[in-house]
Each structure stands twice: as C-alpha cells, then as structure tokens.
Design a protein around this ligand. Structure first.
Ligand code: PLP
Length: 389
C-alpha cells in the first residue's frame, strides 16, 4: 500500500500499536524482552535484527520511527542511532578498512571531516572536493575509493551538487555513495531516488524539531541495514532510546506543517537580506539563481537554514550584530522551532576560514517558526548595531 508523506508522518501505520485506541503508541521503556522458552530465546537472539531481544538491538518504539523514515526516504530499511554522528561513524565502521579511501563531495559538516581525519590513524584516507570542485568527481576517484560521501545542500554555504551525476559516476566504478540529507529532510529531498545507496540524518534537527532530542538514522537497503546492525550499530552501541524515539515520532507528526512554515519564513527573510545594503551575499538554494534548474530537479522544497555575508567583515562586526539580536538566540545546532544565529568565525580562525573559502563576515541563521516579520524586526536591530559601530 502506498502512503503519502503526510500520512507516514502524521498517521498511525499498521503495526504502530493500537491496543486501546491510543493515538500515541506506547513507549516500550524496557531493556530486555523475555521469551517463553529457551528454544525461542536462542533462535531470536541469533536473529536479533528481526526480533525484540535487547534494546541495544531492536525496540518496538524505535522500530516505528525506523519504518516511517525508511518509507519517507523511499528505501527498504532504516536503523536509528543515538546521534547523527553515531549514525555516520557506524556506517564507516561497517564499511571501511585500512587502505580504503573516502571522497567527500561539497562542503561537509565539520565533525564529519574531523571523524575522517581521526580515521587516518586506522589507515583510511580521504579527499575533499568542495562546492567549486565537485564536478571533477572522476579525477577524485582513486583505485582504493570505497565510498563517495555527499552533503547537499552543503554545510555553511548550502551549495547544491548534482547528486545524480555523482551517483552515476560512482556506479560505473562500483563505489558506494552515502549522503547526509539533514538539511532538506526526507520531505524535501529523496536521495535514494537520485541513486544514493546510504542516506544519513541527524534527527536532532528538523525531524526532532523541538531542540530537545538528539538522534540519528541510516536509511538503505535491507541487506546493508542488516550488515550495519550486526557491526557498526550493535558493536559500537550508539542507540536511540525508546523515550527519545517517542519524541522523534512527535516531531514527525508536525514535520510537514513545520517545514512549510520554515520555508515560507526563509523565503521572506532571504528577500529581506538580498535587498539589505549591509549584506554582500546570501547563501541558500533559493538565493542561488545560477543553479536553479538543478535545484528544482533535486529539491522538493526549502528548509530554513541559510547564511549571509556582512559587507564589512570581522569578528567585532559579527559579534556586534549577533549580540544585538534577541529573538534569534546565539547557539549551535539548527532545525528547531526557535530562531538561532551563529557564525563559523572565531577570534583565531580567520586564516583557516579563508582557506576553506568562507567569508569573514559570515553569519548563519536557523530561521524558526516565529512570524517572519518579527524575525526581520530582530535582524534589523543587528544591522542598526553594526552601522552605529
Ligand atoms: N550532519 C549535519 C549536516 C549536521 O549539521 C549535524 C549536526 O549539526 C550532524 C550531521 C550531526 O548530528 P548530531 O549532532 O545529531 O550528531
């Protein structure tokens, strides 16, 4: 049976638990699931990905979320994790061995690259092709390339790469592809339909949506999720707890509505920023006019994470802007109901940022669900502060 994304997010699918007519499935807060005989215990324990035995394996509440995420991504299976980083590291621990090489496509979330640097001590190599270099994918592929890792839109500049052309190249060389789809959510981008083998999410962002739960997910084929289950998942132990899964499920219920609002607010704020005399550039797929045909082909909508560059760069200006905001709170992460502001700039990392191609006046906004006019009024206070500075 085919379900729409809204039905998957909001409805109760068969098997979601409806013993008393409840609309919220019970939270199975149990570490173990006992069996009526030792025979059934031994059978189920040897196929722990299929049965409820121990919650570092499977759990009924977590499984509901896994089914929904797999369906939303148009994939066969999903495994949830204790965080987005837990999900990414579990995939690499499952797939890679000494001598392998990862090719990164686009600007990648910092800790993902830090993890790759950490893996060098185990003999795993990597190369990064950023938003200006990704077209040269064929040049980046080495004899030992095991995985092409994509983020699109990418971190900080939210640039798009052509996912289908990358996955086609990868397939010609027999290389697996993995993509971080956190920015778009499964509602606004479906990487599996573009040929991606493994999709990862930080559930901590839009899917959780309320800045009160940390989680991650890997979505792929039955065969890969089975391999992942017995290796990078179970042995490394990054588990999503049942109560956290219930909060992720609550996030999913309103995801379609929230994403519509994040999109509408972001579009209004982008047009305000594009016309502001203090702004040099706005980074968001909706502001990337040169890439529109590809963007429209890949994205089904726009989320609310964007960045922009102040005309006058530098730590003091960026700090003055941010310190004068009140609705936009200063903090890390993104994708919650609340508006947040951040910058990659620190007092001592200017050379590093320039080398990465990031402007020294760069500010990132996670556009929240508050009324867009209220958000713009708040941003205006920041701009007034820097003109008076
Ligand atoms: N991927 C992206 C694009 C992110 O921005 C983040 C977190 O900010 C992660 C992955 C990691 O997710 P988590 O913080 O849930 O480990």
């Amino acid at each position: 049976m085919n379900y729409s994304d809204e039905e998957i997010c909001m409805g109760s699918l068969p098997g979601e638990g409806n013993t008393y007519g409840e609309v919220a499935p019970p939270i199975y807060q149990s570490t173990i699931f006992t069996k009526s005989s030792f025979e059934s215990f031994t059978k189920e324990q040897s196929e722990e990905d299929q049965y409820f035995v121990y919650s570092r394996g499977t759990n009924p509440t977590v499984q509901i979320v896994e089914k929904k995420l797999a369906m939303l991504e148009r994939a066969e299976a999903c495994k949830c994790f204790g965080s987005g980083m837990g999900a990414i590291s579990a995939v690499w621990m499952t797939l890679l061995q000494a001598g392998d090489h990862i090719l990164f496509m686009n600007n990648i979330y910092g800790p993902t690259l830090q993890l790759a640097a950490h893996m060098e001590r185990f003999g795993i190599e990597y190369t990064v092709f950023d938003h200006e270099q990704w077209r040269a994918v064929e040049e980046g592929i080495q004899e030992n390339t095991k995985l092409i890792y994509i983020e699109s839109p990418g971190t900080m500049k939210m640039k798009i790469v052509d996912v289908r052309s990358i996955t086609e190249s990868a397939k010609e060389h027999g290389i697996l592809t993995m993509m971080d789809n956190t920015w778009a959510t499964p509602l606004f981008q479906k990487p599996v339909t573009l040929g991606v083998d493994i999709v990862v999410h930080s559930l901590t962002k839009y899917i959780g949506g309320h800045s009160d739960v940390v989680g991650g997910a890997v979505i792929s084929s039955h065969a890969f999720i089975k391999q992942l289950f017995f290796s990078g998942y179970q042995l490394f132990g990054s588990v999503l707890q049942a109560d956290s899964a219930a909060m992720v499920m609550r996030g999913l219920r309103t995801l379609p509505l929230r994403m519509k609002q994040h999109q509408a607010n972001a579009l209004q704020i982008i047009s305000y920023l594009e016309n502001h005399p203090e702004v040099k550039a706005v980074h968001h797929p909706a502001a990337d006019k040169s890439n529109l045909p590809l963007i429209e082909q890949q994205l089904l909508g726009y989320s609310g994470l964007l960045s922009f560059e102040l005309k006058e760069a530098g730590f003091e200006k960026v700090a003055a802007f941010m310190n004068h905001l009140s609705l936009f709170r200063i903090g890390t992460s993104w994708g919650g109901y609340e508006s947040l502001v951040n910058s990659p700039l620190k007092r001592n990392n200017q050379e590093q940022l320039k080398a990465q191609g990031f402007d020294l006046g760069m500010i990132r906004l996670s556009v929240g669900l508050e009324d867009a006019d209220m958000q713009i009024k708040d941003l205006e206070k920041g701009f007034q502060a820097i003109t008076a500075y």
